[in-house]
Ligand binder design. Structure first.
Ligand SMILES: Nc1ncnc2c1ncn2[C@@H]1O[C@H](COP(=O)(O)OP(=O)(O)OP(=O)(O)O)[C@@H](O)[C@H]1O
Ligand SMILES: [Zn+2]
Length: 489
């Protein structure tokens, strides 16, 4: 029998026992990146956290019994602006394709180095894909279908080439939630937020865009609802469309037989805490109205912010490090480990000191545990993760394995958790290479220094010490007569 999972649910604001709609197909959707620039290490947090959840679900319910959808947002005004800036000489659509294609490729290379499972690691030929990474631009038809349903049900209206979602009309439909209930915002709060930027074509300041007209410089598709001019989707609609397409529609027939009330609902929806409002509130509004259901997903999980000096790391504040630049100084596994030392709902302060500590622990574990091949999660590790992904507890259990000398088991767990990606030898070689240090050369110099000291040749011994210092190596003569060395950062 599967271990019982408990997950904190933003919908209920409590940690609840997780009950899948269909234990043979547990379904997870996570909002992915907008691809116009290098992802920063804050963007990596949901990727790593939900990778861990995916691994856990696969372990608990079976590899064939979990479907994971993580989308790529490749239509957005920030992408258009970047394309116009960087490729002014290309036709605009081509420029957009270059920007999104390059950024997506870079994103994949970056997160692969973080030990994150990729679709090609999971999907098997001839079987249902269990990990889908859909692009928004490949789901415009589904978006149009949902927008059409919303107009038909009276929850959306057309104005000046736009389609807008009507919050007031939503509230007149039966069987749908209260708008604002998910993010716990009162009508007054919603209204004062919406008044900041009121467009003239909106009937009500709270209404939000499902579809908008495209200018000559924008990517454009045929519009829904008989709007003659071409347009492009708003932000929120893409996730309603992609989750429906890949998590609900594909399994509708089977679910309809098993549990008719489960139609249009999937199990877990994830993302960063900043997405609770408006993005997830609006996804829920769209999906519930279009599909006549009180819920879009049963469990909503949100990771806390990765912060720098108390502030959210973000592109707009400019206080960010890209994954790519961090990977030049640190192995990806150190970044992954450092991320998991903090529980996913807590803020993380990202510091060099934290990275150094993480690297030290991994150095020790890789040396002791790195030679085997076994891959499995021990019961106590599963138990820790089953408690709302308690990664600090998980790390304490890994430390306990180390303390007990159970190093093969430690290695097996590390491998199952996305560590020891290339084996211990490769880890060491890469680490030394990234520090521009050749350990054999250091050992030889230390040997020569020892001989010089034995011969009381202090000038030579000092010269060698300076040579080592120039290599960034600090030599320590211990009381017991041994000499050790470490790298100064
Ligand atoms: N500092 C952060 N800590 C944790 N998660 C974050 C952080 N910044 C963004 N995210 C998450 O990263 C994911 C990708 O978001 P997206 O590509 O829209 O980035 P973004 O919000 O534009 O980044 P920024 O805030 O820097 O502009 C989302 O789930 C978002 O919640
Ligand atoms: Zn989304």
């Amino acid at each position: 029998m599967a271990a019982s999972l408990r997950l904190y649910n933003t919908l209920t604001r409590s940690k609840d026992v997780f009950v899948p709609i269909d234990p043979e197909n547990v379904r997870l959707y996570v909002c992915g990146p907008t691809v116009y620039d290098y992802a920063h290490i804050g963007n990596a947090r949901p990727i790593i956290v939900f990778d861990l959840l995916f691994r856990l679900l696969r372990r608990v319910y079976g590899k064939e019994a979990v479907t994971y959808v993580r989308n790529i947002t490749d239509v957005d005004d920030k992408i258009n602006a970047r394309a116009a800036r960087d490729y002014p000489d290309l036709p605009h659509n081509e420029a957009i394709r270059v920007v999104t294609g390059k950024t997506e490729e870079q994103f994949h290379a970056d997160i692969r180095a973080l030990g994150v499972l990729m679709p090609e690691d999971v999907n098997e030929a001839g079987k249902l894909p269990r990990f889908v990474e859909p692009r928004a631009t490949e789901h415009i038809d589904e978006m149009r279908t949902i927008i059409g349903r919303l107009i038909d049900r009276g929850a959306a209206y057309v104005a000046e080439g736009h389609v807008l979602f009507s919050v007031a009309a939503m509230q007149k439909l039966p069987n749908v939630p209260q708008y604002g209930a998910f993010s716990k915002r009162s009508p007054d709060e919603l209204l004062s937020g919406a008044r900041v930027d009121v467009a003239p074509y909106k009937r009500d300041p709270m209404d939000f865009v499902l579809w908008k007209p495209s200018g000559p410089q924008d990517p454009a598709w045929p519009s829904p609802a008989g709007i003659a001019t071409p347009g492009r989707p708003g932000w929120h609609i893409e996730c309603s469309a992609m989750s429906w397409k890949h998590l609900v529609e594909a399994f509708e027939t089977r679910l309809a037989c098993a549990d008719p009330t489960a139609r249009e609902i999937f199990d877990i929806h994830g993302g960063g805490i900043d997405l609770v409002f408006p993005h997830h509130e609006n996804e829920i509004a769209q999906s519930c109205c279009a599909f006549d259901t009180p819920r879009m997903a049963n469990v909503w999980m949100h990771n806390g912010f990765l912060q720098v000096e108390g502030e959210k790391m973000s592109k707009s504040l400019g206080n960010f490090f890209t994954i790519n630049e961090l990977l030049q100084d640190w192995p990806g596994e150190v970044l992954r480990f450092n991320m998991l030392r903090t529980h996913y709902r807590q803020p993380i302060d990202w510091t060099i000191k934290g990275l150094e500590e993480s690297e030290k622990i991994l150095d020790r574990w890789y040396e002791l545990a790195g030679r085997g091949e076994a891959v499995f999660l021990s019961e106590q590790i599963i138990d820790a993760l089953a408690d709302d992904l308690n990664t600090p507890k998980m790390l304490a259990e890994l430390h306990a394995l180390d303390g007990q000398g159970a190093h093969e088991e430690l290695g097996a767990n590390l491998r199952a958790l996305g560590f020891l990606l290339e084996g211990a030898e490769a880890w060491e070689a890469r680490k030394w290479a990234s520090l521009s240090i050749d350990p054999a050369q250091v050992e030889a110099l230390i040997g020569a220094r020892k001989e010089a000291r034995a011969a009381k040749n202090w000038a030579e011994s000092d010269r060698i010490r300076d040579e080592l210092a120039a290599l960034n190596v600090v030599v320590k003569d211990n009381k017991d007569g041994t000499t050790t060395w470490e790298v100064a950062r």
